[in-house]
Write a protein that binds this ligand. Structure first.
Ligand SMILES: NC(=O)c1ccc[n+]([C@@H]2O[C@H](COP(=O)([O-])OP(=O)(O)OC[C@H]3O[C@@H](n4cnc5c(N)ncnc54)[C@H](OP(=O)(O)O)[C@@H]3O)[C@@H](O)[C@H]2O)c1
Length: 337
Protein backbone atom coordinates (compact mmCIF):
# COMPACT_ATOMS: atom_id res chain seq x y z
CA UNK A 1 0.00 0.00 0.00
CA UNK A 2 0.97 3.63 -0.41
CA UNK A 3 1.93 5.62 2.68
CA UNK A 4 3.62 8.90 3.53
CA UNK A 5 6.23 8.83 6.26
CA UNK A 6 9.73 9.48 7.45
CA UNK A 7 12.29 6.81 6.46
CA UNK A 8 14.41 5.43 9.30
CA UNK A 9 17.55 6.87 7.69
CA UNK A 10 16.09 10.37 7.04
CA UNK A 11 18.74 13.04 7.48
CA UNK A 12 16.50 15.65 9.14
CA UNK A 13 13.08 16.05 10.70
CA UNK A 14 11.67 19.06 8.84
CA UNK A 15 8.53 18.74 6.70
CA UNK A 16 10.76 17.73 3.75
CA UNK A 17 11.58 14.47 5.61
CA UNK A 18 8.05 13.30 4.63
CA UNK A 19 8.27 11.10 1.53
CA UNK A 20 6.04 8.72 -0.44
CA UNK A 21 6.59 5.11 0.63
CA UNK A 22 5.36 1.64 -0.34
CA UNK A 23 4.60 -0.55 2.70
CA UNK A 24 3.08 -3.98 3.35
CA UNK A 25 -0.72 -3.93 3.83
CA UNK A 26 -1.65 -4.58 7.49
CA UNK A 27 -4.39 -7.02 8.46
CA UNK A 28 -7.11 -6.57 11.09
CA UNK A 29 -6.96 -8.61 14.30
CA UNK A 30 -8.94 -8.55 17.57
CA UNK A 31 -11.13 -5.37 17.72
CA UNK A 32 -9.29 -3.58 14.89
CA UNK A 33 -10.86 -2.11 11.76
CA UNK A 34 -8.89 -1.95 8.52
CA UNK A 35 -9.86 1.42 7.04
CA UNK A 36 -9.33 2.75 3.51
CA UNK A 37 -8.25 6.33 4.26
CA UNK A 38 -10.04 9.00 2.22
CA UNK A 39 -8.90 12.14 4.06
CA UNK A 40 -6.63 13.15 6.94
CA UNK A 41 -6.05 16.37 8.82
CA UNK A 42 -2.81 17.66 10.33
CA UNK A 43 -2.48 18.67 14.00
CA UNK A 44 0.31 20.18 16.11
CA UNK A 45 0.93 16.61 17.42
CA UNK A 46 2.10 15.65 13.89
CA UNK A 47 4.73 18.38 14.07
CA UNK A 48 5.85 17.27 17.55
CA UNK A 49 6.04 13.58 16.51
CA UNK A 50 7.82 14.44 13.24
CA UNK A 51 10.44 16.43 15.17
CA UNK A 52 10.95 13.71 17.80
CA UNK A 53 14.00 11.45 17.87
CA UNK A 54 13.56 8.54 15.38
CA UNK A 55 12.93 5.03 16.77
CA UNK A 56 15.85 2.66 16.70
CA UNK A 57 13.74 -0.11 15.09
CA UNK A 58 14.77 0.71 11.50
CA UNK A 59 11.12 1.20 10.45
CA UNK A 60 9.76 4.31 8.72
CA UNK A 61 7.58 6.49 10.97
CA UNK A 62 4.02 7.07 9.76
CA UNK A 63 2.33 10.11 11.28
CA UNK A 64 -1.33 11.23 11.13
CA UNK A 65 -3.95 11.11 13.87
CA UNK A 66 -7.13 12.51 12.30
CA UNK A 67 -8.77 10.29 9.70
CA UNK A 68 -11.94 9.63 7.74
CA UNK A 69 -12.42 6.58 5.57
CA UNK A 70 -14.29 3.39 4.79
CA UNK A 71 -14.02 0.09 6.68
CA UNK A 72 -12.73 -2.66 4.36
CA UNK A 73 -12.20 -5.46 6.91
CA UNK A 74 -12.49 -6.10 10.64
CA UNK A 75 -10.91 -8.28 13.28
CA UNK A 76 -12.78 -11.28 14.70
CA UNK A 77 -13.76 -9.45 17.93
CA UNK A 78 -14.94 -6.21 16.26
CA UNK A 79 -18.71 -5.72 16.58
CA UNK A 80 -19.39 -1.98 16.23
CA UNK A 81 -18.82 -1.63 12.46
CA UNK A 82 -19.00 -3.65 9.24
CA UNK A 83 -17.15 -3.39 5.91
CA UNK A 84 -18.55 -0.47 3.91
CA UNK A 85 -19.21 1.71 6.99
CA UNK A 86 -17.75 5.21 6.91
CA UNK A 87 -15.79 6.07 10.06
CA UNK A 88 -13.82 8.99 11.53
CA UNK A 89 -11.30 8.82 14.35
CA UNK A 90 -8.08 10.09 15.96
CA UNK A 91 -6.72 6.63 16.87
CA UNK A 92 -3.66 6.06 19.03
CA UNK A 93 -0.16 7.58 19.08
CA UNK A 94 1.22 4.21 20.17
CA UNK A 95 0.49 2.86 16.67
CA UNK A 96 1.45 3.94 13.13
CA UNK A 97 -0.58 6.97 12.04
CA UNK A 98 -3.19 7.29 9.32
CA UNK A 99 -1.06 8.83 6.56
CA UNK A 100 -1.48 5.64 4.54
CA UNK A 101 -3.82 4.08 2.02
CA UNK A 102 -4.98 1.51 4.58
CA UNK A 103 -4.90 1.89 8.35
CA UNK A 104 -5.70 -0.11 11.48
CA UNK A 105 -7.68 1.40 14.36
CA UNK A 106 -9.33 -0.11 17.42
CA UNK A 107 -13.08 0.20 16.78
CA UNK A 108 -13.66 1.65 20.27
CA UNK A 109 -11.81 4.81 19.15
CA UNK A 110 -13.86 5.31 15.96
CA UNK A 111 -17.22 6.99 15.37
CA UNK A 112 -19.74 6.57 12.58
CA UNK A 113 -19.10 9.44 10.16
CA UNK A 114 -21.80 12.13 9.98
CA UNK A 115 -24.06 11.23 7.02
CA UNK A 116 -24.40 14.83 5.88
CA UNK A 117 -20.74 15.65 5.19
CA UNK A 118 -17.91 14.29 3.04
CA UNK A 119 -14.58 12.76 4.02
CA UNK A 120 -12.62 16.05 4.02
CA UNK A 121 -14.97 17.71 6.50
CA UNK A 122 -15.10 14.55 8.63
CA UNK A 123 -11.30 14.23 8.84
CA UNK A 124 -11.14 17.70 10.40
CA UNK A 125 -13.27 16.67 13.37
CA UNK A 126 -11.89 13.86 15.57
CA UNK A 127 -8.90 15.29 17.51
CA UNK A 128 -10.50 18.72 17.96
CA UNK A 129 -13.91 17.30 18.93
CA UNK A 130 -12.50 14.71 21.34
CA UNK A 131 -10.14 17.19 23.00
CA UNK A 132 -12.87 19.84 23.22
CA UNK A 133 -15.55 17.45 24.50
CA UNK A 134 -13.34 15.73 27.06
CA UNK A 135 -12.00 19.07 28.35
CA UNK A 136 -15.43 20.71 28.71
CA UNK A 137 -17.74 17.90 29.78
CA UNK A 138 -15.36 15.43 31.47
CA UNK A 139 -12.38 17.36 32.90
CA UNK A 140 -14.30 20.55 33.86
CA UNK A 141 -17.60 18.69 34.45
CA UNK A 142 -19.65 21.27 32.52
CA UNK A 143 -23.17 19.94 32.25
CA UNK A 144 -24.00 18.49 28.81
CA UNK A 145 -27.66 18.73 29.85
CA UNK A 146 -27.62 22.53 30.04
CA UNK A 147 -27.46 22.78 33.84
CA UNK A 148 -24.61 25.31 33.56
CA UNK A 149 -26.46 27.45 31.00
CA UNK A 150 -25.42 31.10 31.16
CA UNK A 151 -22.12 30.47 32.96
CA UNK A 152 -19.03 31.93 31.28
CA UNK A 153 -16.19 30.05 29.55
CA UNK A 154 -12.98 31.77 28.42
CA UNK A 155 -11.20 29.95 25.54
CA UNK A 156 -7.58 31.06 25.09
CA UNK A 157 -6.26 30.47 21.55
CA UNK A 158 -9.77 29.89 20.23
CA UNK A 159 -9.40 30.21 16.44
CA UNK A 160 -7.28 27.07 15.95
CA UNK A 161 -8.44 23.50 15.45
CA UNK A 162 -9.46 22.67 19.02
CA UNK A 163 -10.83 26.12 19.85
CA UNK A 164 -13.06 26.12 16.75
CA UNK A 165 -14.82 23.00 18.01
CA UNK A 166 -14.73 24.00 21.70
CA UNK A 167 -16.57 27.28 20.99
CA UNK A 168 -19.34 25.39 19.20
CA UNK A 169 -19.65 22.56 21.75
CA UNK A 170 -19.72 25.06 24.64
CA UNK A 171 -22.44 27.13 22.96
CA UNK A 172 -24.64 24.36 21.55
CA UNK A 173 -24.34 21.68 24.23
CA UNK A 174 -23.16 23.57 27.32
CA UNK A 175 -25.30 26.65 26.56
CA UNK A 176 -22.48 28.77 27.98
CA UNK A 177 -21.54 32.37 27.36
CA UNK A 178 -18.24 32.07 25.47
CA UNK A 179 -15.41 34.60 25.49
CA UNK A 180 -12.79 33.67 22.85
CA UNK A 181 -9.29 35.03 22.39
CA UNK A 182 -7.74 35.63 18.95
CA UNK A 183 -5.16 38.18 17.84
CA UNK A 184 -5.84 38.98 14.18
CA UNK A 185 -8.91 40.42 12.43
CA UNK A 186 -9.44 37.18 10.46
CA UNK A 187 -9.05 34.86 13.47
CA UNK A 188 -11.27 37.15 15.55
CA UNK A 189 -13.98 37.17 12.85
CA UNK A 190 -13.79 33.34 12.65
CA UNK A 191 -14.43 32.97 16.41
CA UNK A 192 -17.47 35.22 16.06
CA UNK A 193 -18.79 33.17 13.13
CA UNK A 194 -18.55 30.01 15.26
CA UNK A 195 -20.67 31.58 17.99
CA UNK A 196 -18.33 33.29 20.47
CA UNK A 197 -20.24 36.00 22.33
CA UNK A 198 -17.18 38.20 22.88
CA UNK A 199 -13.74 38.07 21.23
CA UNK A 200 -10.69 39.64 22.90
CA UNK A 201 -7.03 39.79 21.86
CA UNK A 202 -4.58 37.51 23.72
CA UNK A 203 -1.73 39.85 22.72
CA UNK A 204 -3.33 42.58 24.87
CA UNK A 205 -4.23 42.73 28.59
CA UNK A 206 -6.92 40.05 29.01
CA UNK A 207 -7.98 41.22 32.46
CA UNK A 208 -8.53 44.79 31.21
CA UNK A 209 -10.38 43.66 28.07
CA UNK A 210 -12.74 41.41 30.03
CA UNK A 211 -13.35 44.18 32.57
CA UNK A 212 -14.21 46.52 29.67
CA UNK A 213 -16.84 43.93 28.68
CA UNK A 214 -18.27 43.87 32.20
CA UNK A 215 -16.59 40.59 33.19
CA UNK A 216 -14.26 40.48 36.20
CA UNK A 217 -14.13 36.68 36.56
CA UNK A 218 -15.20 33.56 34.64
CA UNK A 219 -16.50 30.12 35.68
CA UNK A 220 -14.35 28.04 33.31
CA UNK A 221 -11.13 28.58 31.33
CA UNK A 222 -9.90 26.37 28.48
CA UNK A 223 -6.26 27.11 27.71
CA UNK A 224 -5.14 26.00 24.24
CA UNK A 225 -1.84 27.84 24.17
CA UNK A 226 1.25 28.49 26.33
CA UNK A 227 0.15 27.25 29.79
CA UNK A 228 3.08 28.85 31.67
CA UNK A 229 2.45 32.25 30.09
CA UNK A 230 -1.29 32.27 30.75
CA UNK A 231 -1.31 30.72 34.23
CA UNK A 232 -0.99 34.07 36.13
CA UNK A 233 -3.86 35.74 34.27
CA UNK A 234 -5.99 32.57 34.48
CA UNK A 235 -5.45 32.47 38.28
CA UNK A 236 -6.59 36.08 38.43
CA UNK A 237 -9.64 35.60 36.17
CA UNK A 238 -11.02 32.31 37.50
CA UNK A 239 -14.00 32.57 39.88
CA UNK A 240 -14.01 30.95 43.32
CA UNK A 241 -14.78 27.22 42.77
CA UNK A 242 -14.04 27.71 39.07
CA UNK A 243 -12.18 25.25 36.84
CA UNK A 244 -9.22 25.70 34.48
CA UNK A 245 -8.32 23.04 31.91
CA UNK A 246 -5.06 23.16 29.93
CA UNK A 247 -4.04 21.10 26.90
CA UNK A 248 -0.46 22.26 26.44
CA UNK A 249 2.36 20.84 28.58
CA UNK A 250 4.02 23.42 30.83
CA UNK A 251 7.77 23.96 30.70
CA UNK A 252 8.10 24.45 34.45
CA UNK A 253 6.08 23.60 37.59
CA UNK A 254 2.90 25.69 37.81
CA UNK A 255 2.30 27.83 40.94
CA UNK A 256 -0.80 25.93 42.05
CA UNK A 257 -1.02 27.80 45.38
CA UNK A 258 -2.39 30.75 43.40
CA UNK A 259 -5.64 28.75 43.02
CA UNK A 260 -5.86 27.64 46.64
CA UNK A 261 -7.60 30.70 48.13
CA UNK A 262 -10.40 30.39 45.55
CA UNK A 263 -10.62 26.58 45.87
CA UNK A 264 -10.34 26.61 42.08
CA UNK A 265 -9.48 23.41 40.19
CA UNK A 266 -6.94 22.74 37.47
CA UNK A 267 -7.04 19.77 35.07
CA UNK A 268 -4.94 18.51 32.21
CA UNK A 269 -6.71 17.20 29.13
CA UNK A 270 -4.95 14.62 26.99
CA UNK A 271 -7.15 13.18 24.27
CA UNK A 272 -4.70 10.32 23.74
CA UNK A 273 -4.81 9.26 27.41
CA UNK A 274 -7.57 6.70 26.81
CA UNK A 275 -5.81 4.98 23.91
CA UNK A 276 -2.33 5.33 25.46
CA UNK A 277 -3.38 3.50 28.62
CA UNK A 278 -6.13 1.36 27.07
CA UNK A 279 -8.42 2.64 29.83
CA UNK A 280 -11.52 0.61 30.68
CA UNK A 281 -13.68 3.43 29.29
CA UNK A 282 -11.81 3.72 25.98
CA UNK A 283 -15.11 3.15 24.14
CA UNK A 284 -16.19 6.63 25.33
CA UNK A 285 -14.33 8.05 22.31
CA UNK A 286 -16.64 6.01 20.03
CA UNK A 287 -19.63 7.50 21.89
CA UNK A 288 -18.32 11.09 21.88
CA UNK A 289 -17.65 10.97 18.12
CA UNK A 290 -21.15 9.58 17.52
CA UNK A 291 -22.66 12.40 19.61
CA UNK A 292 -20.66 14.98 17.64
CA UNK A 293 -21.79 13.34 14.37
CA UNK A 294 -25.45 13.66 15.38
CA UNK A 295 -24.94 17.39 16.15
CA UNK A 296 -23.31 17.83 12.72
CA UNK A 297 -26.19 16.03 11.00
CA UNK A 298 -28.68 18.17 12.95
CA UNK A 299 -26.95 21.28 11.56
CA UNK A 300 -26.05 22.53 15.06
CA UNK A 301 -22.27 22.11 14.78
CA UNK A 302 -20.12 22.48 11.66
CA UNK A 303 -16.80 21.14 10.48
CA UNK A 304 -14.02 23.75 10.46
CA UNK A 305 -11.88 23.00 7.37
CA UNK A 306 -10.08 26.15 6.20
CA UNK A 307 -7.46 24.59 3.87
CA UNK A 308 -7.93 21.44 1.80
CA UNK A 309 -5.13 19.98 -0.34
CA UNK A 310 -6.44 17.55 -2.96
CA UNK A 311 -4.15 14.61 -3.67
CA UNK A 312 -2.77 12.32 -0.99
CA UNK A 313 0.98 12.59 -1.54
CA UNK A 314 4.10 13.73 0.32
CA UNK A 315 4.15 17.10 -1.42
CA UNK A 316 0.66 18.03 -0.21
CA UNK A 317 1.28 16.66 3.27
CA UNK A 318 4.44 18.80 3.53
CA UNK A 319 2.38 21.87 2.57
CA UNK A 320 -0.22 21.00 5.22
CA UNK A 321 2.52 20.52 7.86
CA UNK A 322 3.99 23.93 6.98
CA UNK A 323 0.62 25.64 7.55
CA UNK A 324 0.13 24.01 10.96
CA UNK A 325 3.76 24.49 11.98
CA UNK A 326 3.43 28.27 11.43
CA UNK A 327 1.32 28.27 14.65
CA UNK A 328 -1.42 30.59 13.41
CA UNK A 329 -3.80 28.20 11.67
CA UNK A 330 -7.48 29.13 11.62
CA UNK A 331 -9.73 26.04 11.79
CA UNK A 332 -8.30 22.84 10.25
CA UNK A 333 -5.92 21.82 7.45
CA UNK A 334 -6.94 18.71 5.51
CA UNK A 335 -5.42 16.48 2.79
CA UNK A 336 -7.77 14.29 0.75
CA UNK A 337 -7.14 11.26 -1.42
N1 LIG B 1 -3.77 17.61 25.10
C1 LIG B 1 -4.48 17.27 24.03
O1 LIG B 1 -5.25 16.32 24.02
C2 LIG B 1 -4.37 18.12 22.81
C3 LIG B 1 -5.20 17.87 21.70
C4 LIG B 1 -5.12 18.72 20.62
C5 LIG B 1 -4.22 19.79 20.64
N2 LIG B 1 -3.43 19.96 21.72
C6 LIG B 1 -2.50 21.11 21.79
O2 LIG B 1 -3.32 22.26 21.96
C7 LIG B 1 -2.76 23.35 21.25
C8 LIG B 1 -3.81 23.90 20.30
O3 LIG B 1 -4.09 22.93 19.31
P1 LIG B 1 -4.80 23.36 17.95
O4 LIG B 1 -4.93 22.17 17.10
O5 LIG B 1 -5.99 24.18 18.25
O6 LIG B 1 -3.63 24.32 17.36
P2 LIG B 1 -3.65 25.29 16.12
O7 LIG B 1 -4.83 25.02 15.27
O8 LIG B 1 -2.31 25.23 15.51
O9 LIG B 1 -3.83 26.74 16.84
C9 LIG B 1 -3.61 27.86 16.08
C10 LIG B 1 -4.15 29.05 16.84
O10 LIG B 1 -3.31 29.35 17.95
C11 LIG B 1 -3.47 30.72 18.24
N3 LIG B 1 -2.29 31.23 18.93
C12 LIG B 1 -1.05 31.37 18.42
N4 LIG B 1 -0.24 31.93 19.35
C13 LIG B 1 -1.00 32.14 20.46
C14 LIG B 1 -0.76 32.71 21.74
N5 LIG B 1 0.44 33.17 22.10
N6 LIG B 1 -1.78 32.76 22.61
C15 LIG B 1 -3.00 32.30 22.29
N7 LIG B 1 -3.30 31.76 21.08
C16 LIG B 1 -2.31 31.69 20.19
C17 LIG B 1 -3.62 31.38 16.89
O11 LIG B 1 -4.53 32.47 17.04
P3 LIG B 1 -4.18 33.93 16.49
O12 LIG B 1 -3.63 33.74 15.10
O13 LIG B 1 -5.48 34.64 16.54
O14 LIG B 1 -3.14 34.51 17.43
C18 LIG B 1 -4.17 30.28 15.98
O15 LIG B 1 -5.49 30.52 15.54
C19 LIG B 1 -1.49 22.81 20.56
O16 LIG B 1 -0.37 23.10 21.38
C20 LIG B 1 -1.71 21.31 20.53
O17 LIG B 1 -0.50 20.58 20.53
C21 LIG B 1 -3.46 19.17 22.80
Amino acid sequence: MKAIGIPADAAGHGADALVDLELATPSADSRDLLVRIEAVSVNPIDIKMRSARPHADGQPRILGWDAAGTVVAKGPRATLFAPGDRVFYAGSITRPGCNAELHLVDERLAGAMPASIGFADAAALPVASLAGWEALFERMHISAAGNDAGKTLLVIGAAGGVGSMAIQLAKVIGQLRVIATASRPESQAWCGELGADIVVDHRGDLFAQLAANGTRAVDFILCLSDTDRYFPVMSKLIKPHGHICALVESRSPLPMNELRGKSASFSWEGMFTRSLHATADMIEQHRILNRVASRIDAGQVRSTVKHCFKGFNANNLRRAHALVEAGNAIGKVVVTG
